[in-house]
Design a protein around this ligand. Structure first.
Ligand SMILES: *[C@@H]1O[C@H](CO)[C@@H](O)[C@H](O)[C@H]1NC(C)=O
Length: 418
């Protein structure tokens, strides 16, 4: 429903006939009616590719996790790379007996996938999204309480599919923290600051997901156009922030009248993009947009946005996050993992999840690959000038175009940082 409205509005806005929008639909034909006369929704061929289907599942977990984090901190920025958390959970499920495994699989939406080799496909997903040209660093790890004896039948598939070895704590908090910090530094090539937090006590199983991304736009911004401008924090307050601008930006665009927001997509190198959700008025309440975020919705948006030329302003951004997502996961039907799960494929001793930590760094500035837009991007001719000013709270989604995977998501209430 939502998507249709998006189409109609864009059609109206851009002076298109609807027939042209339909013609842009790669499938061409509308859904065929079934015996009850109701249209049956055909699954998009994109989601028939196993790695894309898996990416959609873990991304839907990611949107759930994002909603939990955002509602827990309504007045603060949110920065999250849900993939690294999903990866740790998926890896942990290798050690779970049926009852516990199905709890994890439901949270990750694996119950909707008929794929006998989820872990093998996960390996493919990780290889795709962490390829060097993507500029994404993402790593996950499972850390166990001291002196735990771990079965080799758990370690081998963990290494094979997730490329990670479990870590067993020494029991010396200073040494353990240092070891974890060193591991993060090595995985992130020093792009994430060392933790100043203390090592949590009473760890049984600790999951760690870390990620870092610095985007390279397909078309770079002219840094001479960057200046301090007002960002409307809400209806009353403003802050001066460094804003990049491009008076003749080529972007993909649509107006969603249901969500009351302007959606734009900017292309990054490495077959990646950022999709922005910008409410029509300055508000910190982005609930309506957040509620609609799913892999399928984002995929439809990606297909239906129209290439336009616009006056673009966008704040420079450099954010980091370090903290726990334990509580959010407990509220996501994963509570039983923290109580009495069955991880007897890992060890003979009863162990349970005690802690899930996330560290993330995210950055964009003027840097990009080229000076001018790709000539294959032909903007639609508009009868009026279009502005896109990210000068009030917005949501962004970093998406891998190849698999559709959600790599980062952020709620930016104040670009000056977390
Ligand atoms: C935010 O908006 C939603 C829907 O627009 C509304 O239901 C909710 O009460 C609002 N929340 C706050 C805190 O104002």
């Amino acid at each position: 429903m939502q998507v249709l409205v998006l189409l109609l509005w864009m059609g109206a806005l851009l002076g298109y006939g609807n027939s042209q929008n339909v013609a842009n639909n790669p499938e061409g034909s509308p859904a065929a009616p079934d015996s009850t006369g109701e249209p049956v929704e055909e699954e998009d061929p994109f989601f028939k590719v196993p790695v894309n289907k898996l990416a959609a599942a873990v991304s839907n977990f990611g949107y759930d996790l994002y909603r939990m984090r955002s509602s827990a901190s309504p007045a603060a920025n949110v920065l999250l790379s849900p993939l690294s958390v999903a990866t740790a959970l998926s890896a942990l499920s290798l050690g779970a007996e049926q009852r516990t495994e199905s709890v994890i699989h439901r949270a990750l939406y694996y119950d909707l996938i008929s794929n006998p080799d989820i872990h093998g496909t996960y390996k493919e997903l990780l290889a795709t999204v962490t390829a060097p040209e993507k500029n994404l660093k993402s790593a996950s790890r499972i850390v166990f309480e001291r002196k735990l004896r771990i079965k080799s039948s758990f370690v081998a598939p963990l290494e094979k599919s997730y490329g990670t070895r479990p870590r067993i704590l020494t029991g010396n908090p200073r040494m353990d923290l240092q070891e974890i910090n060193n591991w993060v530094q090595a995985q992130m090539k020093g792009k994430i600051a060392r933790s100043t937090r203390e090592m949590p006590s009473d760890v049984s199983i600790l999951l760690l997901g870390v990620a870092y991304f610095k985007g390279q736009w397909v078309t770079k911004f002219d840094s001479r156009e960057t200046s301090l401008q007002d960002f409307h924090l809400d209806e009353e307050r403003t802050a001066k922030v460094p804003m990049m601008s491009d008076p003749k930006a080529i972007l993909r665009y649509g107006l969603d009248s249901d969500l009351n927001c302007k959606i734009a997509q900017l292309l990054l190198t490495g077959s990646m993009s950022i999709i922005f959700f910008l409410p029509l008025t300055a508000t910190q309440n982005l609930t309506m947009i957040e509620e609609s975020l799913t892999s399928e919705f984002i995929h439809d948006i990606d297909r239906e946005l129209k290439t336009v030329q616009a006056v673009l302003t966008i704040p420079k951004l450099k954010l980091s996050y370090e903290g726990q997502v334990t509580k959010s996961l407990q509220e996501m039907k994963l509570q039983s993992l923290f109580e009495s799960p069955d991880f007897s494929k890992i060890t003979g001793k009863p162990v349970k999840l005690t802690e899930v930590e996330h560290r993330a760094g995210f950055e964009w500035n003027e840097e990009g690959a080229g000076n001018s837009p790709n000539p294959s991007l032909q903007p639609a001719r508009l009868t009026f000038p279009l502005d896109y000013h990210l000068n009030r709270p917005f949501i962004f989604v970093l998406r891998d175009t190849d698999t559709g995977a959600l790599l980062f998501i952020g709620k930016i209430l104040d670009p000056r940082g977390t």
